[in-house]
Ligand binder design. Structure first.
Ligand code: M6R
Length: 365
């Protein structure tokens, strides 16, 4: 039931504060992650993990890409991320003491399951699943499971599944990091930041009308670029995926630093450029990338932390967002991009919940 909402996608976007909170429930206290809540075997299986191999598809793959930044930064453990359909068909090497982590909303994605089954033959320390469907094949075939508490996701375009995957992945990262010497006060700082996320997402939802206004500029466009740096690069990828799948506008994401290495040639007044710019130490670099776009007549749409000092000017539209901790920023910054795509699709009159050519769950190759 869509209730008061016009589409399931919009309803699911608005459910995010609640389901992110539900995904934290029982797994974190005010300042700590409760490792036992990840399973009685968790302590044993997370000890001596020397490498994390993440496998997923689509939106779940983007969640894995964000997690890689977290895992290497906080746990200091090398992490590789690959789409399942590539991993399963190439000769791959699995290092000893690898934690094999599959991320899937449905738990039934054929390529992800095939990758897991293949990797089992090669051997690894443990298989961890981040999944939204209890009793799914992925859940049954994994050693450790962290369920996202998103509830059923009906819209084909994944929204609340993604932000709850990120929540679960951050909780997992903190548990793993504790085994690798993360200081208690650092853990407390991040857990505190995580507790703020549901409220920050609500603050973003309150900006809906402004984002809807912004969406009008995309209606008659055929192409767009999405830029981000660091852990916001996968957020840009997810934003681009949302725009293409529901509005059918071609969207490509780049790490902002790659702009000069090719895509800048595409920028003109017909190419809107969307940028996610939280206030971390990469923001100054990002600002100079924005200048490069501006100088070529490109119209910029910037989602920025209000403390980042990105000013609205001719050709630069800025949506000022609440201040967020750098680690939790990818969760929060995803939401305005979801709303932007949603409104562009509604304006274009596409079938938002059931985009052409796509299925909710890809259970065949
Ligand atoms: O169920 P899964 O998370 O394994 O599905 C993977 C992708 O098919 C899925 O994330 C897809 O990319 C999204 N529906 C896009 O919004």
């Amino acid at each position: 039931d869509k209730g008061e909402y016009r589409h399931f996608m919009l309803k699911e976007i608005y459910e995010q504060p609640k389901v992110i909170k539900a995904t934290m429930e029982g797994r974190v206290t005010g300042s700590r992650v409760l490792e036992q809540a990840l399973g009685t075997e968790a302590a044993n299986l997370l000890d001596n993990v020397r490498h994390v191999q993440i496998i997923a598809c689509g939106t779940s793959y983007h969640a894995g890409m964000v997690a890689r930044y977290w895992i290497e930064e906080l746990a200091g453990v090398p992490c590789s991320v690959e789409v399942a359909s590539e991993f399963r068909y190439r000769k791959h090497v699995i290092q000893p003491d690898t934690l094999f982590l599959c991320i899937s909303q449905s738990g039934e994605t054929a390529d992800t399951l095939a990758a897991l089954r293949q990797a089992k033959k090669a051997g690894f320390r443990a298989a961890l699943a981040i999944c939204n469907v209890p009793g799914s094949s992925l859940v049954r075939e994994s050693d450790l499971v962290i369920m996202t508490q998103a509830g059923p996701e009906i819209g084909v375009a994944s929204t609340k599944a993604f932000t709850t995957q990120l929540t679960a992945l951050l909780i997992f990262t903190l548990a793993l990091a504790r085994h690798n010497g993360l200081a208690e006060d650092k853990e407390a700082e991040i857990v505190k930041a995580l507790h703020l996320v549901p409220g920050q997402v609500s603050d973003i939802l309150a900006l809906n009308a402004g984002i809807e206004e912004m969406s009008k500029a995309f209606m008659d466009k055929f192409h767009s670029l999405f830029l981000g740096r660091g852990s916001q690069f996968p957020v840009a990828m997810e934003g681009a995926l949302k725009l293409k799948e529901i509005s059918y506008i071609h969207a490509e994401a780049y790490p902002a630093g790659e702009l000069k290495h090719g895509p800048l040639a595409l920028v003109d007044s017909e190419m809107p450029v969307v940028t996610v710019a939280p206030n971390n130490d990469l923001v100054e670099k990002l600002k100079s990338n924005l200048e490069e776009v501006r100088a070529r007549g490109g119209e910029l749409f910037v989602f920025a932390d209000k403390s980042a000092g990105v000013q609205e000017e001719e050709g630069i539209h800025v949506m000022q967002l609440p201040e967020v901790h750098e680690i939790t920023a990818p969760i929060v910054y995803t939401v305005p991009l979801q709303l932007l795509s949603y409104h562009v699709a509604v304006l274009k009159g596409t079938d938002v919940d059931q985009p052409r050519n796509l299925a909710k769950s890809v259970t065949v190759e």
